[in-house]
Design a protein around this ligand. Structure first.
Ligand SMILES: NC(=O)c1ccc[n+]([C@@H]2O[C@H](COP(=O)([O-])OP(=O)(O)OC[C@H]3O[C@@H](n4cnc5c(N)ncnc54)[C@H](OP(=O)(O)O)[C@@H]3O)[C@@H](O)[C@H]2O)c1
Length: 236
């Protein structure tokens, strides 16, 4: 992988092939950042197209966060690099979110929990030392991860996976108490993507600049926050 311009700060963005992650990569580039963005597998994605336009400040890497050996291999390939921000955006949902837990195939439960809770935290721990001592570690959570806001139910597995993500991040924060790192759980809002679906009220263009603003303004603020994209604290 080539060197980035030394004057531009760098972000490692996990899950940038499409949707919010791809739009975040484009937004960080537009703001002068260098980006290592990850996709899964070898297929060409929107991120590769972006890299064709901006080859000096965007490098495409590959990792599936549910595969621990792939996380270690990525860590090795990136050895010697230094990032201001590590942000894990990758996430998934089960195809039929209205299935009851009795109907839900056990493999789907495992896949969603691995992708949305264990995988992101493993990525954070394994890639941690690539991040500057006072850098930011961020995870894409969801308003649906809030236990106390859940009055409606529905999408039980997705909600549970994001609540588990939040809990694991709180454990990480408690273990790292006193660290100068900024830790962020971000609830981006309901956005029109493959995951969000066509009924979502917001487009990527309407939301991603706010998402990137929130991430950038948390830099230099040690401790863990769970925020929506307009900066309000989400109740745990
Ligand atoms: N859209 C919304 O309304 C909304 C609301 C709240 C929170 N979120 C969260 O925001 C994040 C992005 O969502 P989105 O709407 O942009 O979804 P999306 O369009 O479905 O994109 C999901 C991204 O995550 C990647 N990914 C999934 N599983 C992965 C894995 N095991 N390893 C590595 N990468 C993986 C996908 O890569 P592939 O292309 O390889 O599949 C893709 O880049 C997710 O964490 C989601 O839960 C979204």
């Amino acid at each position: 992988m080539h060197d980035f311009p030394p004057s531009s700060p760098a972000i490692l963005l996990i899950g940038a092939s499409r949707g919010i992650g791809l739009a975040m990569a484009a937004e960080f580039l537009q703001r002068g950042w260098s980006v290592v963005g990850t996709v899964r597998g070898q297929a060409r994605t929107g991120l590769h197209e972006l890299a064709d336009v901006q080859p000096d400040r965007l490098a495409v890497e590959s990792v599936d966060i549910t595969q621990i050996d792939q996380l270690h291999a990525l860590r090795e390939r990136l050895a010697g690099r230094r990032f201001e921000i590590l942000f894990v955006n990758a996430g998934t949902v089960n195809p039929d979110p209205d299935q009851t837990l009795a109907e839900l195939p056990t493999e789907e439960f495992v896949r969603v929990m691995l992708s949305n809770a264990l995988g992101p935290l493993r990525a954070l721990e394994i890639l941690d030392d690539l991040v500057a001592p006072a850098g930011l570690l961020g995870l894409m959570s969801s308003g649906q991860g809030s236990v106390s806001n859940n009055q409606q139910g529905g999408r039980a597995l997705y909600r549970a996976s994001k609540a588990a993500l939040n809990m694991l991040m709180r454990c990480h924060a408690a273990r790292q108490a006193g660290s100068p790192r900024s830790l962020l759980l971000l609830a981006p809002g309901w956005i029109r993507t493959e995951l969000g679906g066509p009924d979502a009220p917001f487009t990527l263009e309407q939301t991603v600049p706010d998402i990137v603003d929130r991430i950038l303004e948390q830099r230099g603020k040690p401790g863990l926050r769970y925020l929506d994209r307009l900066g309000a604290t989400v109740p745990w």
